[in-house]
Design a protein around this ligand. Structure first.
Ligand code: ADP
Length: 254
């Protein structure tokens, strides 16, 4: 579905993606993990054509995406930070996005699922962070595209909303969609992900199933496996005991 070859991207002198090779072949949920600043959002934006690679190639259904826009209609996207005019009411925002995108969105079901009816007339400025995130999820998921990219969908969600999000993702997965997710919630990854991609300092350190990851790093949990990737990674930690401590600190920042 999506194939990435030798993707390189710098911002000024900072090399953010240093030759990424990845393929998302099978439908299901892929968690893209890595510490803050490791390049997850830049990778996602490159797939969406929002960040232009310096080198390398991204193919969507076999076609090189450079200079092409049509493929994006097949991707639904939840940005990490969605910015809309604050004085719009929720229902006005929904209508605006529907007018822009056209098609046949199914917002009603999602508004019901996240219990957003009481907020439809509220201005965005008046919403709590969690309610705002629920609105963003509705906007991203009200269409039925074959690829869904969610950058930090769990941020600010209360436990009930989190349950609904998981339920929704399971339904979307059942439809055979490709779902790419970044999150800092490891329990969410353990429960939901079919595959994990671990990015560290602009390079892929692992792509595969959760079980495979745990076996490879001889770890009983995802957190332990990640601590081991970080320890053997490029952070320059020594193996004299400081490594474990430093890895824990980075894990907290994940
Ligand atoms: P992550 O999503 O893993 O936290 P990002 O892809 O957002 O990482 O960022 C990786 C690095 O690239 C960070 O150091 C960030 O400051 C830098 N970066 C991202 N976008 C830009 C930009 N538009 N201009 C300059 N630097 C950027």
């Amino acid at each position: 579905m999506i194939a990435i070859e030798n993707l390189q991207k710098s911002f000024g002198k900072q090399k953010v993606l240093k030759g990424i090779n990845l393929e998302f072949k099978r439908p299901g949920i892929t968690a893209i993990l890595g510490p803050n600043g490791s390049g997850k959002t830049t990778l996602i934006k490159s797939i969406l054509g929002m960040a232009l690679p310096d080198k390398g190639c991204i193919r969507f259904q076999g076609e090189d995406i450079s200079g092409s826009w049509a493929y994006r209609r097949q991707i639904d996207y939840l940005p990490q930070i969605a910015r809309f005019p604050e004085n719009l009411a929720v229902k006005e925002l929904l209508r605006m996005i529907q007018d822009l995108r056209g098609g046949q969105p199914d917002a009603e079901r999602l508004i019901g699922l996240f219990a957003l009816q009481p907020y439809l007339d509220s201005r965005l400025a008046a919403l709590s962070g969690g309610t705002r995130q629920k609105v963003n999820i509705v906007l991203a998921m009200m269409y039925d595209s074959p690829v869904l990219i969610l950058d930090e969908p769990t941020s600010g969600l209360d436990p009930v909303a989190m349950l609904h999000l998981k339920e929704l993702l399971r339904q979307e997965k059942e439809k055979g969609k490709h779902i790419l997710i970044t999150t800092h919630i490891m329990s969410f990854v353990e429960e939901m992900a079919d595959e994990v991609v671990f990015l560290l300092e602009g390079r892929i350190h692992f792509q595969g199933g959760l079980q495979e990851l745990k076996e490879k790093y001889d770890a009983t949990s995802l957190e332990r496996a990640i601590a081991r990737i970080l320890r053997e990674g490029e952070l320059g930690f020594s193996s004299n005991g400081h490594g474990e401590k430093a890895a824990k600190l980075v894990l907290k920042a994940l």
